[in-house]
Design a protein around this ligand. Structure first.
Ligand code: MN
Length: 407
């Protein structure tokens, strides 16, 4: 199979930066849509794609394994570097292997196969709205315009591990593959995408048309597309130079962003954690049994105090790191709020802080049996889990409030 590929990306009309990235390194193609404040999204999408590219070049052939490794790399960077804490990315990647293509996917970017005039989705969105659609809570029409359609239930880099969707698709000559971020699919319908793919003469023409169409429809998000065409092997070429020797339509490597490798040393989480912990340790010591013994401390006693103190500090720093990775939904000032930490205190210190306070009345929510323990905190896996839960709460409480207002 002969492969020709092209990509296009655009910041759109509203956003201030482009957090999408793409990879065109025949036979590996991918798009990634980053999220996270400051430069986090850009770093996450770029880092994820760099990781799968490096692994591929080093001979690693398990695509889903590469994606899981990219998850680990992005997650570790976000834990180590405070400036990009909480970043994440979608990732939809394909690897062409002779007459089939392997797909690995996390998030709400998409892969489509355009074959014989028909457009067929190859991926499922990992979004709250898609889950609601699958559970029959909303219709497809409602899903398309749902205000929270971009709330992800799964993304790369936000947790130590991630589930990766995998698929293998047989290829036929004439197939055209599309990878795109949600900036495209939020703006134009699958039917419009199908028309544009049908009317484009080559991958670059298709990619450019799609991005232009997204911007013409409002361009509210970054839009990134990769288009890959598959043709029958040209009988005039020798077999060994067919699949990877492409015409000028297939650029070898098209990095979207300059390399984001940071020159500054990473800001270590422990730096602040240990100071607060030291104070906790001193406070703990004042009431602890160690102090009563102070009058007859020997040299050996002092050594033991040092060991115990070190153990306490290590324990407290560990606790702090652990606590920083926990999330729950609870109540703040009478409203539903997202907390980082755990709903508890230790030695007089709160082990949590409010990250987002919503406008949803906690009293209204707690009147629903499902959420009556909200004030004790409902723990979730991560920040996205918290956001998803808040959206679910919002949806659950609205009809109840309308009913109350109507009666
Ligand atoms: Mn996007």
């Amino acid at each position: 199979m002969r492969v020709a590929a092209a990509a296009a990306t655009d910041i759109g009309l509203i956003r201030e930066g482009n957090e999408d990235s793409y990879l065109v390194v025949d036979p590996l193609f991918a798009v990634a849509d980053g999220m996270g404040g400051h430069r986090g999204g850009e770093v996450a999408s770029q880092l994820a794609l760099e990781t799968i590219e490096d692994l591929f070049r080093s001979g690693e052939s398990d695509l889903a394994g590469q994606v899981r490794e990219a998850n680990r790399v992005v997650f570790e960077r976000s834990v180590r570097d405070r400036r990009v804490a909480g970043m994440g990315t979608t990732l939809t990647a394909v690897l062409v292997e002779e007459d089939h293509v392997r797909v690995a996917h996390v998030g709400d970017s998409r892969a489509y196969l355009f074959r014989a005039g028909e457009l067929r989705p190859l991926t499922e969105d990992h979004t709250l709205v898609h889950r609601m659609l699958m559970e029959g809570e909303i219709t497809e029409e409602e899903a398309e315009v749902h205000p929270h359609r971009s709330v992800l239930t799964r993304a790369l880099g936000v947790d130590a591990s991630v589930d990766v969707d995998e698929d293998v698709i047989d290829l036929r000559a004439g197939d055209r593959l599309l990878l795109c971020t949600d900036g495209l699919t939020a703006m134009i319908t699958p039917e419009r995408i199908r028309e544009l793919l049908a009317g484009a003469r080559d991958p670059q023409d298709a990619a450019d048309r799609l991005v232009r169409a997204a911007n013409a429809a409002g361009g509210v998000d970054n839009t990134t597309v990769v288009v890959v065409d598959f043709a029958a092997d040209d009988p005039s070429t020798t077999p060994d130079e067919t699949s990877h020797a492409d015409g000028p339509a297939s650029p070898l490597r098209l990095p979207v962003h300059p390399q984001p490798r940071s020159a500054e040393p990473p800001a270590l989480r422990g730096a602040r954690g240990s100071r607060g912990s030291e104070k906790a340790w001193r406070d703990g010591l004042r009431v602890g049994p160690v102090r009563r013994r102070r009058s007859f401390l020997t040299r050996r006693g002092l050594t033991w105090v040092g060991i115990v103190a070190t153990a306490l500090i290590v324990g407290l720093v560990g606790l702090r790191v652990y606590v920083d990775r926990q999330w729950y939904v609870g109540v703040a000032d009478g409203h539903v709020a997202i907390y980082r930490g755990i709903p508890a205190e230790f030695a007089g210190f709160h082990l949590h802080h409010v990250v987002v306070e919503t406008t949803i009345s906690a009293a209204a929510v707690q009147s629903l049996p499902l959420y009556r323990h909200l004030s004790e905190g409902i723990t979730v896996q991560d920040q996205m889990g918290a956001t998803a839960l808040v959206e679910q709460i919002r949806l659950d409480v609205e009809p109840a409030q309308q009913k109350a207002a109507g009666s």
